[in-house]
Design a protein around this ligand. Structure first.
Ligand SMILES: Nc1nc2c(ncn2[C@@H]2O[C@H](COP(=O)(O)OP(=O)(O)O)[C@@H](O)[C@H]2O)c(=O)[nH]1
Ligand SMILES: [Mg+2]
Length: 316
């Protein structure tokens, strides 16, 4: 299948394709690959932050806002910490139900690793599908608590870090590398009495860092009351323009591909290296109590040698 700009959108078919992707169906991966030249139209926004910060509430409001502007919105909600039928995702769904039956909004929740390598690869590929199917904006919600979540955030063109004032110690909430990845910071739950103090703390923390051409703005929001969302969208538009004008958008996308292809090559090499025969050889060598360094050399040389089978003259 290939895509033109006028493919009629079939909701059911799209949902099925996403499910196939979830099961690692190679035909879907192949389709993404075949249509590689058509990728990159959509603006990918990552929304990350600690559990309960209000990410889903914000994403819902952002989607509403974009819909009012006629923008087609795809939402990918990744929550590795809760099972598919678990509370958090169920909550997400209920909150997002207010978006209603609008075919220009599509929400996909994913909680399991699925058949693909990891959640980051899967989320990335799912975003590709949304992109190919003509969605303008893709909102990628992830819980910012660990490495894999940071990787998911890196699938985005712009990363929004959502934090809340409750703890009274904002810097504490920034531990998981969130400070490093934010292009925009949202202080949600700004109806909280600590909000002002927390915003000041965050501002100081941001200004401690060297940011180059773009210093991340802080946007105060109350997602549940739809407050501050227009300012958030305004800042997102500003960042999007900034990325385009400076060439950073292209650069980020190239970097993303560099990472992705490197990782695929590494995985392929690893699969070939650790075939059954070498696994057995390794175990035998260990049982014979041979020196680890010698085992390493032998396996490595054997692996290298496998590239030159039938081509002895180059195998020195
Ligand atoms: N007071 C207040 N509560 C909020 C706000 N935004 C979200 N919430 C509530 O915080 C809880 C967690 O929100 P949710 O969007 O599920 O957070 P997520 O885990 O980051 O996706 C829910 O009960 C929301 O109703 C806000 O701005 N102010
Ligand atoms: Mg959520």
């Amino acid at each position: 299948m290939s895509f033109t700009s006028n493919v009629p959108f079939d909701v059911l078919q799209f949902a099925k394709t996403l499910t196939k992707l979830e099961y690692g169906d190679p035909t879907v991966l192949d389709m993404i690959n075949q249509n590689y030249q058509n990728l990159g139209r959509a603006y990918r926004i990552g929304v990350t932050g600690p559990p309960g910060a209000g990410k889903s509430s914000l994403v819902t409001m952002m989607a509403k806002h974009y819909r009012e502007e006629g923008v087609r919105v795809g939402i990918i909600a990744v929550d590795p910490s809760s099972p598919f039928s678990g509370g958090a995702l169920l909550g997400d769904r209920i909150r997002m139900q207010q978006l209603g039956a609008d075919e220009n909004i599509f929400i996909r929740s994913m909680a399991s690793r699925g058949a693909m390598g990891g959640l980051a690869e899967y989320a990335d590929a799912a975003a590709d599908l949304f992109d190919l199917y003509g969605f303008d904006v893709i909102l990628l919600e992830t819980v910012g608590v660990g490495q894999s979540e940071l990787e998911i955030a890196q699938c985005a063109d712009t990363t929004v870090v959502v934090i809340v004032p409750q703890s009274g110690d904002v810097i504490q909430g920034m531990k998981a590398g969130l400070m490093e990845i934010g292009d925009l910071f949202v202080m949600n739950k700004s109806d909280d009495p600590f909000s002002e103090k927390a915003t000041q703390q965050l501002k100081s923390a941001i200004h401690l860092k060297e940011w180059g051409e773009w210093t991340p703005p802080i946007i105060n929001t109350v997602a549940t009351e739809n407050r501050g969302i227009d300012r958030l969208i305004h800042q997102l538009n500003a960042h999007h323009s900034f990325l385009i004008q400076t060439g950073a958008l292209e650069q980020r996308r190239q970097q993303r591909l560099v990472r992705r292809i490197k990782q695929m090559v590494t995985e392929k090499v690893e699969r070939e290296l650790w075939n059954k025969t070498r696994e057995i050889k390794l175990l035998q060598a260990i049982q014979e109590r041979r020196q680890p360094q010698h085992i390493l050399e032998e396996i490595y040389q054997d692996f290298r040698g496998s590239f030159y089978v039938g081509n002895e003259s180059e195998s020195n």
